[in-house]
Ligand binder design. Sequence first.
Ligand code: GBH
Length: 480
Amino acid sequence: NMFPRDFAWGAGTAAYQIEGGSQADLKGPSIWDTFCHEKGRVFEDQNGDVACNSYELWDKDLECIHQLGLTHYRLSFSWARLLPDGTTRHVNQKGVKYYNKVIDDLLSSNVSPMVTLYHFDLPQALQDQGGWKSPIIAVLFDSYAKFCFQTFGDRVKLWITINEPYVCAKLGNEDGIHAPGIQEKGTAAYLVGHNMLRAHAMAWHSYDSVYRREQKGEVSLAVNSDWLEPLRHDHEEDIAATERNRAFTLGWFAWPVFVTGDYPEIMRCAIEAQSIKVNYSGASRLPRFTSDDPVILGTADFFALNYYTSRKVKPGQGVERNICMKSDRNVEEVLDPSWPICGVSWLAVMPCGLRKLLKYIKETFNNPVVYVTENGFSQVGMLQMEDIQRAGYYKETILEVSKAIQEDGVDVRGYFAWSLMDNFEWADGFSVRFGLFHVDFSDPKLRRTMYRSGKEYSNIIADTNNGAFLWQSKRKKEKC
Ligand code: GBH
């Protein structure tokens, strides 16, 4: 058998992407509610007001989970559904009741929940006070986290504080293509990332000192990373550019948490060099941790990785004279023509990139326990229920995970497909489908139907549970 017996087989979702019920009961608005209702932000001005309506149709989601035979289900809590103004001053009991039911239903069918506290949807009330740019957010997040540990931690044993701080910081505050739609180049994203690390660390310390002994769970943050490698392996500049790119992506958050308690030197140096180059007169753009901050190093009980795709790296043109993350980072990412792109434009299919990345994580971050908390492949345009290509992607990627475990000795404990079902795909609205289940958004009942890829995944789970995991990769040996 190629997977450990108690390996976690999961699928994931996020609150704003599936729940709908955007104004149900006492839920407060989040920054995604606001963002979607501004013109021109999201594909065809779509929004998550209804989405998969999981707020009312949770039973249907549970059926999907059963059909797949999952051992784990990763969901996120909507902060503003539990705490409408973001603070513990007002608790929305209907929200508590909803998540209690989800958790209890999962447990009574032998499925373990993994809960993300923050998946992109900040309460609007907190955004109005400065959001993630304001240092006070760490204290507010910590209160929210403690409330969740207190209320649900008797049953939830796997926690993710923040999903993809990189995406929140960069897409939300530098590029402005995610909520809150801020484009303050070269400053806001670093500040947001900093406060996310502070918030995460405070919550981890709260769990560690108050809840761990009794609840015996584990807490981490989920980082997203492509597999990055030099365009030309024998070119010094490409190798250096790859190192730099890694520092600005995975390293930005994983280095402080797993290695030194501070940002990678390469990242700090690059930002400072650019500030000097353009005579930037403000304070250091990459904040420093001080003795007033929580200790960042060691604040993860496992490594949670979201992996989708790979890139080759060479130096950027370095001509930009302005302040922005792109010029700080100064790299160019290219695709290998042999990597097919079948779904969204950014997703080049490279299953063995995951194996390489897992090995890199083992070597760089001191052999942590790893969960692959997201991995998937989308369809765009013409609907295919017989999505053979996606089925193949799952099969091959999972095979790479087994090689990482068996041949490279990476301590991978679980794999979560993204996503359980088609849902609101952020700025792409409903035009991009990542589900193992199709959702018919034109049907008032929002019927869920298993794709071929879902069938494939359920077979893999069943085979490994029977100790049979016997397929052979039909692919020719890759230059992996
Ligand atoms: C995940 O992020 C999210 O956690 C999840 O909610 C989402 O549904 C899933 O991706 C699928 O997209 O548009 O060219 O600027 C994955 C990391 C980083 C991948 C940002 C897409 C945007 C590229 N994402 N990237 S582009």
